[in-house]
Design a protein around this ligand. Sequence first.
Ligand SMILES: NC(=O)c1ccc[n+]([C@@H]2O[C@H](COP(=O)([O-])OP(=O)(O)OC[C@H]3O[C@@H](n4cnc5c(N)ncnc54)[C@H](OP(=O)(O)O)[C@@H]3O)[C@@H](O)[C@H]2O)c1
Length: 238
Amino acid sequence: MENSQLRDKVAYITGGTKGIGFGIAQALLAQGIKVAISSRSPEAALQAAQALSSDPSRVLGIGSQVGSAAAELKAVEAVVEHFGSLDVLIANAGVGHFAPIDELSYEQWRETIDTNLTGVFNSVKASLDALKQSKGYVITIASLAGANFFENGSAYNASKFGLVGFTQSIMLDLRKHGIKVTTIMPGSVATYFNNHTPNAEDAWKIQPEDLGQMVVDLLKMNPRTLPSKIEVRPAQTK
Ligand SMILES: NC(=O)c1ccc[n+]([C@@H]2O[C@H](COP(=O)([O-])OP(=O)(O)OC[C@H]3O[C@@H](n4cnc5c(N)ncnc54)[C@H](OP(=O)(O)O)[C@@H]3O)[C@@H](O)[C@H]2O)c1
């Protein structure tokens, strides 16, 4: 059911063409929020936007590589030009490369840090002016890998530990401007992450729509209250 408090707010979701970002986009649209989604592929962004809604006044697909500060500035400009404002940034785009340090390549390290950490910095910086105006909300999608290290995880752990620290710090900075900031740290979610294809055996995992519901709940929370860091895991093991 739509919520009048959220109707016609505007959200920008990085990496919204599939997986968690797409699930959040569906949940926000169902609340009457207008949604822009991005991906490195403009074609995939357009296709996913059309799959979300046939009404271009409610949805926008943008090609943008979050690792590029210039591309993110252009993406946010496009959102504000299309919808007139920006209320919610969901910094979700992310990749994973998993290998022992002696096998991990420089390119894999760079892509992981550039996307998962610098990419969030770029999306936040690009959105700040608009979010200050709307007294908006930033939600970053980190991971339980931002609090627990594991074998083969050096690049991913570094990016997500860094992202949790970054998000908690800007939460304190931006609170002064009336902007809320939350980091969500999921465990296993049934998505396309790391070349996976969601299948029947993923039933035990968190589903993207569960995180969509969590984001809606955060946006509806009393303005005086801020859950700043949320760990969320499957309720059962495999
Ligand atoms: N799945 C899990 O178990 C899990 C658990 C905890 C946290 N997470 C985090 O959740 C976030 C979303 O992952 P997911 O599981 O939904 O994966 P996914 O299904 O692979 O979706 C990733 C999305 O990010 C986009 N993307 C990747 N690199 C990008 C870049 N440089 N610039 C712009 N868009 C980019 C992808 O589109 P293109 O490929 O077309 O660019 C896609 O839309 C990630 O930050 C991930 O680390 C996932």
